[in-house]
Write a protein that binds this ligand. Sequence first.
Ligand SMILES: [Zn+2]
Length: 637
Amino acid sequence: MRNVFGLLALASLMLVQQTVKAQSASNYDPHDAFAPLFYPAYGDDIRTAAGVPGPKYWQNSADYKIDASLDAETHGITGTVTITYKNNSPIDLPFVWLQVDQNIYNLKSRGVAITDLSGGRWANRDAFDGGYSLESVQILNPATGAATKADYLVSDTRMKLKIAYKFILPQYGTDRCGRLETKNGWIYEVAQWYPRMCVFDNVLGWNTLPYLGQGEFYLEYGNIEYNVNVPSEMIVGGSGELLNPAEVLTPTQLKRYNEAKASEKTVVIRSESEVTDPASRPQGKRLTWRFKCTNTRDVAWAASKAFVWDGARMNIVGRPAPAMAQSLYPVESVGDSAWGRATQYVKGALEFYSKYLYPFSYPSATNVAGIVGGMEYPGIVFCGYRARSRGLWGVTSHEFGHNWFPMIVGSNERKYSWMDEGFNTFINGVADSAFNNGEYFRPIKSRVRMAKPYFDGANPMLTIPDQEPSREWGVLSYSKPGSGLELLREEVLGKQRFDYAFRYYVHAWAFKHPTPYDFFHAIENGSGETLDWFWRGWVFNNWKIDQAVTGVEYVGGDPSKGANITIENKEKLPMPVTVEVKEENGSTNRMQLPVEIWEKGGTWKFHFPSTGKITQVTIDPDQRLPDTDPSNNTFKP
Ligand SMILES: [Zn+2]
C-alpha cells in the first residue's frame, strides 16, 4: 500500500511539473464571498424575509387636484394644487415635506451650486433663473373645507407644507422637461410642475434627499385629476385618461381619435398637412384639457400647436379595458424611418412588457417628440425629436419600460438608480429580442469587453446617483445592473427560475415601495437560491471576475482513463463555471459546475472522462462572463 501510494504520488508530481502553468497570486477569499450573515436585520411583519410586504405593511397616499394654465408668451405656468394626503402610518405626523423640484432652476439652488464647470446633461443653461413662486399656501379642513394660512418654509427643492404657484418653464430642464422651438411653434414638455409629497416610510421616515439633477424621484401613489388650460390651437397629451375629447377636438379629429382606439394599424388623428391649417383646431381663444390618472406616482403633459398626432389600439394582456398608444411630434420628425413608426414602437413595447411582467395600468401611452432626449412619466414619455429607426425604438422601449420600474414598482430612484434604470435596461434587452421578430435585436457576442468599464471604475453599483461621476453613470445605473440580471438569468438561475422570481418581486411590490433588501429577499425566495455572494460582489462592491484553467493531469498518465482538470477563481467574485474540453479524437464536451465549488477556496480540481488526448480546455467558452483576464481561460496541455 505504502509503496504504491508513494509511486503514484511521484508520478503525478512529475505530470504536474509538465502541465501546470506558473500560478499567479489570487485575490479570492471564500470567507469574503460566502460570509453567512448578509441581511442587516431579520424580516418583520412590515417587510418580510419572504420578500413580500407583510401584514402590517403601510404606505401613505397623496391625491392631487391641479388646475394649471400655460402662457405661450412668457412660457409661464400658473397653477393651483390641492393635495389630499393620507397618513396610514402608525404615528402622527406633526409636519409634512414636499418636493418642489422646479426650484432646481433657481440660480441659488444646490443643483446649480454642484454643477461643475463643464456643465453637462443636468446643468441649468443660459443662466436661466426660474423656480416656483408660491402665491399662497393653505391648509384645508377636510370636514368643513375651511382654509387657514399655512406656516411653511422652503429649503432648496423641498418644502414644509401646502398651494397656488407659478413658474417659467426652462428651455433646458435637466433633460427631464423643457421646450423646443420648431418650424410651426414651441413644443412644451411639462414635468416636475406641481409640488409633490415626499415619501414617508418605515425605512427612513421622511425621504427628503434634494433634487440635484442626476438623481430622479421618489413619490407616493394616489389619484391625480388635472386640468390644463392652453391656447386653443394647441394639442395636449398627458398622463392618464383624456376626460373631455369632445370639447377639445374638432369633429373630424374626434372621429379619428375613436378610430385609432380600435385600430391595430396606426391612424393619423392630425396629419402633417393639417398642422398649419387653422381648421384643424376648434375656434376660440383657449381650451381646457381635462385628465385623470389613477394609482399613479406622478403626471406630466406636453402641449404644442406644432403636433402631428397618431394613435393605435394596444392589446394589453390582463387589462380588461382597451388602451391606446399615441405619438405627438412635429413635422420635422415625420417619416417611416422616424416618428411615423413611433406609435407601433409604443404598442410593441407595452404589449411585450405587459405579457412579460405585469399589465400596463393606464388607459393611454403617449410618446412625445421634443427637446428632452428621453424621460419617463406614467403613461407619457418624452423622446428626442431627432431619434430615428433603431434609436427611436430603443428610447421608446426604454422610457416606456420605466412604466414598470419605477412607475409600477415604486422604488426610490433618488437613492437607487440601478433598481429602475438597471432593471429597465435588462427588460429592454428581452424586449429587443421579441419586437417584430428581433428587427432591432443585437445579441451579446461577448461580455469580456465589458470587464474594463464595469470593474475599472472606482465606484460600486450601490452609489447614490448624485454621487456617481458622469462618466460612470451609464455603467453604474444602466449597463452593469442590467448585465447583473442577465447573468442571474442566463448563467446562475436559468430563464425559468429567474423569470418566476422576477415576476414574484414585481407582483409583490406593484404600487408599493421596495428597498434593495426587499428585492434580494424576493429573488432568493422566488428562485430558491441563496445569492448573497452575488449581491456582495456585483452590487455592494466592485468585485472582479477572473476564472482560469491552470492544469490537466491524466489519470495514471493515460488519457483514455480520464483527466483531472484544475481551474481557479483568481478574483473576488465567484461565479458558476462552464468548461469546454476538446480532444484529439474530435470530441468536444462541456461541463457545468455550480458556484459552490469555490466555497472552500479558489482552486478546484474535477474529473473529466476523457477518452483520448486533450488538445484544449476552455473556461467560459462562450464569453458569457465579463472576465478581466481572458488570456488564462484556455489551456493547451
Ligand atoms: Zn431610464
